[in-house]
Design a protein around this ligand. Structure first.
Ligand code: SF4
Length: 163
């Protein structure tokens, strides 16, 4: 049975994207950014395993858009692709995803791009302590970008998200 390692789930949060959202924090991150707010999230054996059915139940119950954060959600790309496909197919909800990878690195990796086909907005790039900016919306350092993934894939040009 397909499972994801989940650190925690926050239902009805407004800090990880627009509106009230269900935020799912996934375990594992290989980026190890100096100044990371959550180094406990780095272990690939952290959190607990949750089946995709269990996660779908929580997401559907909240009737809200979804954000994946962590850790780096793209540390579990195969299962994340399956879950995000189900969210789109069965619920049609908007999906945001945070990652320490740059969009340019994701584009070169087919398994990460498979996840991107289900993502609406990607907050990309590692956190850089020297570029930390507490005034930014939905991100922590100036190098990080809010990418409109659908537009970027459709037009082949990196397109930033605006609300
Ligand atoms: S990508 Fe995010 S979770 Fe991973 S080390 Fe960097 S700030 Fe921490």
């Amino acid at each position: 049975m397909d499972k994801l390692r989940v650190l925690h789930i926050v239902e009805g949060t407004s800090v990880d994207g627009p509106g009230l959202r269900t935020s799912i924090y996934l375990a594992g991150c290989s980026h190890h950014c100096p100044g990371c707010h959550n180094p406990e999230s780095w272990s690939m054996s952290g959190g607990e395993q949750r089946t995709l059915d269990e996660l779908m139940e929580v997401i559907a119950y909240n009737e809200a858009p979804v954000t994946f954060s962590g850790g780096d959600p793209l540390a579990q790309p195969v299962e994340l692709e399956k879950l995000t496909s189900r969210i789109k197919r069965e619920l049609g909800y908007n999906i945001w995803c945070y990652t320490g990878y740059t969009w340019e690195a994701i584009e070169r990796n087919p398994s990460l791009m498979a996840v991107m086909r289900n993502i609406d907005v990607l907050v990309d790039s590692p956190f850089i302590l020297d570029q930390r900016n507490t005034k930014l919306r939905f991100r922590g350092s100036n190098n990080q970008r809010l990418i409109d993934v659908k537009e970027t894939i459709a037009h082949g040009t990196l397109t930033l998200w605006h609300d």
